[in-house]
Design a protein around this ligand. Structure first.
Ligand code: CTP
Length: 415
């Protein structure tokens, strides 16, 4: 939960589009105003099917803007001014239709026009049927908007008004308030990594056996995703190359989704050159040799023998990529004993600058859990960090990286 005091005096332009979740936006207005923010609202034609302009007007204590062509709206405040006189534009609920119109740059009603005309950051809270959310069209629209810097809160998994279950429920009003507070908190943080580019890998890889089966591991991607978000929060321009995870894309990062180790390597190479590279992914060491084009069938005889072959080592490849090598290469080591000893050897063997070593022995719950106890291994020594949340590990690592660049900026050397 972020500190909501930061919302005092902030000006929010809230766009309410047409979805059953629009009723939650009324609660959102109340929660924002309770915390000292002012809210101006644009209600789309479809939005007005779900909540009345009068309710929105009563809660915002201001005009509800509805019509692009209304002379009153235009004379009191044109859509350009409306879209600029805000610190943040929040679209809640953001319907599939409005996301598509935003992605396409359309200006066919007041909401779309204001979103096209604005020079302010935009946060969307999608709400729609699960199939509509998972549809490649919506996913592509969302990815495009994210690449343009639009941030997102939700959607959450849950029962939907239409009787289906899955992702598509709009985030709860307090989650949206929290995301808005996080946005303003991130803005007020100094940006020591501004102008730096970073590559982060995260999650497991899936190595296909045949068209329906694959080899995987239990990596959740939590640590890598948190590192990508923490570097972005310090101002770095982050490309996250993510294996299959259940996590939402972290805010402020360009995300490339891949499945196999070889796809991860290709995506990482495409992201170079960068100043920083952090390899937090649990890349499968092996893949199946001679991948079957057809599903393997039981034939009543012996089970098929899977012959494995080694995957490319992405960290070692990029650490050894000569002129393209990022200035700071950070690897991870997952060990189950003699953690520091093995990690030191790994640092030298893989040619990286730092290793974040964690103990993944049974009972530590590092894999999949929310906490991590790590050792940071550098050329000049080892720091033992106390057990803390993966988010805290991520921000401490990002701070350490920022301090490193701050120091080398003056000294011109690597540790
Ligand atoms: N790594 C990688 N590509 C691989 C394998 C690993 O980029 N094909 C990276 C991981 O992202 C991590 C580090 O290398 O940063 C881990 O090295 P790895 O050799 O896999 O070590 P462990 O997973 O710790 O296990 P082991 O020592 O048993 O091999």
């Amino acid at each position: 939960m972020h500190d909501h005091a930061i919302l005092a005096g902030k000006r929010i332009l809230l766009v309410i589009a047409g979805g059953i979740a629009a009723y939650k936006s009324l609660e959102l207005i109340r929660r924002l105003r309770e915390r000292g923010a002012s809210v101006r609202a644009i209600l789309t034609k479809a939005g007005a099917q779900f909540v009345t302009p009068l309710s929105v007007q009563a809660l915002t204590e201001g005009t509800v803007y509805q019509d692009l062509w209304s002379l009153t709206d235009e004379s009191e405040m044109g859509h350009i001014r409306l879209s600029r006189e805000a610190d943040l534009v929040v679209v809640a609920p953001a319907t599939a239709n409005l996301l598509a119109r935003m992605a396409a740059g359309m200006a066919d009603d007041l909401a779309a026009t204001a979103l096209l005309a604005t020079d302010k950051p935009v946060l969307v809270a999608p709400a729609m049927n699960v199939r509509m959310w998972l549809h490649p069209a919506t996913q592509a629209n969302m990815a495009l908007l994210a690449a343009r810097g639009v941030t997102r809160v939700g959607p959450n998994d849950g029962d939907m008004a239409c009787g289906e279950f899955g992702p598509g429920r709009m985030a709860e009003p307090m989650e949206i308030v929290d995301a808005i507070a996080a946005h303003f908190a991130a803005q007020s943080v100094p940006k020591p990594l501004a102008g730096k580019r970073a590559l982060v890998t995260s999650g497991p890889t899936h190595e296909p056996i045949d068209p329906v089966r694959y080899i995987a591991n239990r990596s959740s991607g939590k640590q890598g995703h948190a590192i990508a978000a923490a570097l972005a929060a310090l101002g770095a321009e982050v490309t996250l190359v993510a294996g299959p995870t259940r996590l939402p894309d972290p805010p402020g990062c360009a995300v490339t989704h891949i499945e196999s180790a070889r796809e991860m390597l290709t995506a990482c190479m495409a992201a170079l050159p960068t100043d920083i590279a952090v390899f937090a992914a649990a890349v499968a060491d092996w893949r199946v040799k001679g991948l079957s084009e057809r599903k393997l069938k039981k034939d009543g005889n012996a089970p098929p023998a899977l012959e494995l072959t080694e995957n490319p080592d992405i960290l070692a490849t990029i650490a050894g990529s000569g002129a393209l090598r990022p200035a700071l290469v950070v690897g991870f080591a997952a060990e189950t004993g003699d953690v520091v000893e093995y990690a030191r050897a790994k640092r030298a063997r893989k040619g990286c600058d730092w290793i974040v070593a964690n103990d993944v022995s049974p009972g530590t719950t590092t894999f999949g859990g929310d906490d991590n106890a790590v050792h940071l291994i550098r050329a000049d020594g080892v720091e033992d960090w106390p057990r803390m949340g993966k988010d805290a590990v991520a921000s401490r690592l990002a701070d350490t990286i920022a301090a490193h660049f701050g120091a080398t900026h003056f000294q011109g050397k690597t540790p």
